[in-house]
Design a protein around this ligand. Structure first.
Ligand code: BGP
Length: 462
């Protein structure tokens, strides 16, 4: 059966500001939380002054200066869409100013104009694993209700500025990761109590719905989505206790989507808060604000995991506390590869919400080898992505409304979990090493030509 992708399917790639831009203090930018967790953003804050400023993320892949070249390469692959994020700390260096930083705004104008030249539709995340660091120091991050106003002001500022350039928006990247990585998600230390983390998440959910409301008021033609880590859990066995454990595991991340897509907390969370003696400050106004729901659901998908009622089997994985699936192989970083999982997830989310879906991250992190002739033959990446895209096609055949697919990542960049560049994801190789050496030269990998033909044929070559 040949796979039919919709005619206007958006094909592209995804980036985040702190993993590609570099120029971490250029043109008035303030420090962001991502700049202060040099060991990888999945850690608590470090003292920035104690950190060597040649650190890998200060330059990253220098997208700040090389974006015309990179966007031209994306265009050569045939991208119709590019997901980027705006660094909040470029627009409001401290986060709590009234007046934005014009130089920061001007930078993204130039990036959007460059995309427009190549007919590439931007998909923009307002906050991808970062916020102005001052908001953590001065206010205690999202634990403080004041951040709702600061974020809303930031959203309004960028909506005003880019309303004629950007149609697709996302609020917070992988908002459900805050439970596992509270500093990265909500600017809270790992030592925080569950109640503090859920409260901070609540403030973020309210801020998200306020941004959606502003988007709808200011840009009636624009669409705003949420962004979830697609962390689907299967029962480890057919034991009813394991099936229930998987159901609960999925509730742990789906509740974010439930609030953002339905406009209220689901009843299972009321039960969970009660059982765990978690008391949240939720005002009447918050409940009103939450009613403004997103237009589409977006998510990342890298792997699935298993859940079991037997706690002794839980293992600390790379990101989540995963129980390995005995039927799956894993990447070099232990992320289990499961193409069927993306079809399962697409169906699950579509049946649950009946809203369009957007796959905004999917890809394989791997060590690449540059051959003597300079070529990079990344067949493992091609196989991974091909297998996943075939399953996306199946889901479309199942009747799931999929708006598009942006790979993570179209170009090598700094890894979120370990701040290294050697965990490479790109179709484009960047000559930079974990110690900061390298020319930053871009080279097309074998996968570049594979993705180009997939896009050209609208999925027919899969
Ligand atoms: C997601 C993040 C991205 C990206 C990706 C790969 O969780 O949204 O920012 O980094 O995962 O993860 P890593 O870089 O740790 O391999």
């Amino acid at each position: 059966m040949s796979i039919q992708f919709p005619n206007h399917f958006l094909w592209g790639g995804a980036l985040s500001a702190n993993q590609v831009e570099g120029a971490y203090l250029t043109d008035g930018k303030g420090l962001s939380t991502a700049d202060c967790t040099i060991a990888g953003i999945f850690s608590d804050v470090v003292d920035r002054n104690a950190v060597d400023t040649t650190a890998i993320k200060d330059v990253a892949i220098d997208f700040y200066h090389r974006y015309p070249e990179d966007i031209a390469l994306f265009a050569e692959m045939g991208f119709s869409c590019l997901r980027i994020s705006i660094a909040w700390s470029r627009i409001f260096p401290n986060g709590d100013e009234k007046q934005p930083n014009e130089q920061g705004l001007a930078f993204y104008d130039k990036v959007f104009d460059e995309m427009a030249k190549h007919n590439i539709e931007p998909l923009v995340t307002l906050s991808h694993y970062e916020m102005p660091y001052e908001l953590v120091k001065k206010y205690g991050g999202w634990g403080n209700r004041a951040l709702i106003e600061f974020f809303t002001h930031y959203a309004k500022t960028v909506f005003e500025r880019y309303q004629n350039k950007v149609k697709y928006w996302l609020t917070f990247n992988e908002i459900n990761m805050s439970l596992h990585e509270p500093f990265t998600g909500v600017g809270l230390p790992r030592s925080s109590t569950k109640e503090q983390i859920y409260q901070a998440i609540h403030h973020q959910l309210v801020a998200s719905s306020r941004a959606v409301k502003l988007c709808h008021q200011m840009m009636p033609k624009a669409k705003m989505g949420n962004m979830l880590l697609g962390a689907v859990a299967y029962p480890l066995t057919s034991k009813p206790e394991d099936v229930w454990a998987a159901h609960q595991e999925n509730h742990g991340w789906l509740y974010f989507g439930d609030v953002q897509a339905r406009g209220y907390y689901p009843s299972y969370m009321t039960r969970y808060f009660k059982d765990n003696n978690i008391k949240l400050d939720i005002t009447q106004q918050d409940r009103e604000d939450l009613k403004e729901t997103i237009d589409f659901i977006s998510f990342s998908y890298y792997m699935s995991c298993c859940a079991t009622a037997d706690d002794s089997l839980r293992k600390k994985g790379n990101i989540l506390d995963m129980v390995p699936n005995p039927h799956l192989k894993a990447s070099e970083w232990g992320w289990q590869i499961d193409p069927v999982g993306i079809r399962y997830l697409l169906n699950l989310l579509y049946e649950r919400y009946q809203k369009p879906l957007f796959i905004v991250e999917n890809g394989l992190g791997a060590n690449d080898n540059v051959e003597a002739d300079g070529s990079i033959n990344d067949d493992y990446r091609i196989n991974y992505m091909n297998d996943h895209l075939v399953q996306v096609g199946e889901a479309i055949e199942d009747g799931v409304d999929v708006l598009g697919y942006t790979s993570w990542a179209p170009i090598d960049l700094v890894s979120a979990s370990n701040a290294q560049i050697s965990k490479r994801y790109g179709f484009i190789y960047v000559d930079r090493n974990d110690d900061g050496s390298g020319t930053l030269k871009r080279t097309r990998k074998k996968s570049f030509y594979w993705y180009q033909s997939v896009i050209r044929s609208n999925g027919q070559t899969l």
